[in-house]
Design a protein around this ligand. Structure first.
Ligand SMILES: [Zn+2]
Length: 180
């Protein structure tokens, strides 16, 4: 998971990195930009870069591809982390999920998708929590709602002052928010 500038560095760094499939170094080359639909409209936007572990000519690779995604991308979803973060914050502030969706996310996704994302987040939270615990112990927290505790834990693990803590955590932990 990278930010915009980091995505270009991937091409340079990849020359020194091992392929996650075959573990060989020196075979990864750029293999185009990963695009997908924008949250709104039918426009295509950049979601990351694709790398190829080259196996042609003198290259020692395995021929498989891998992708490096922008830190704002939620794997498998068109919606980006910022929208989910704002929706999440709005629910934690006391709004119903429907009201939170109306305020923060209706341009980006349907109400049923918002419910689905919410359930997905609920299912992902224990794995996410253990990843956060490996970084920093959870802060003492007055909130009893587990997701509110999760939000506070996120804030101490990733650099504070950022707007989108889901993107920040994906980049810092190098794992997708919904990863098992
Ligand atoms: Zn390989």
């Amino acid at each position: 998971m990278r930010d915009r500038d980091g995505l270009d560095d991937v091409l340079i760094e990849s020359k020194l990195e091992a392929c996650p499939h075959c573990r060989r170094t020196g075979a990864l080359i750029g293999h185009g930009v990963l695009r997908g639909y924008a949250e709104q409209g039918s426009q295509l936007v950049v979601r990351g870069r694709r790398l190829l572990c080259a196996n042609r000519g003198q290259r020692p690779g395995c021929g498989r591809t891998l992708s490096v995604k922008l830190e704002t991308v939620l794997s498998g979803f068109v919606v980006r982390t910022l929208t989910l973060w704002c929706f999440f914050q709005a629910v934690l502030s006391g709004l119903t999920r429907r009201a939170a969706w109306l305020r923060e996310a209706r341009d980006a996704l349907s109400l049923s998708s918002a419910y689905r994302l919410w359930r997905r987040l609920g299912r992902a939270q224990s794995a996410l929590r253990s990843r956060l615990c490996r970084e920093t112990p959870p802060p003492t927290c007055a909130a009893r709602e587990p997701l509110a505790q999760l939000a506070q834990h996120l804030a101490v693990v990733v650099a504070s002052g950022l707007v989108d803590l889901f993107a920040a955590s994906q980049q810092q932990l190098q794992r997708g928010l919904f990863d098992p």
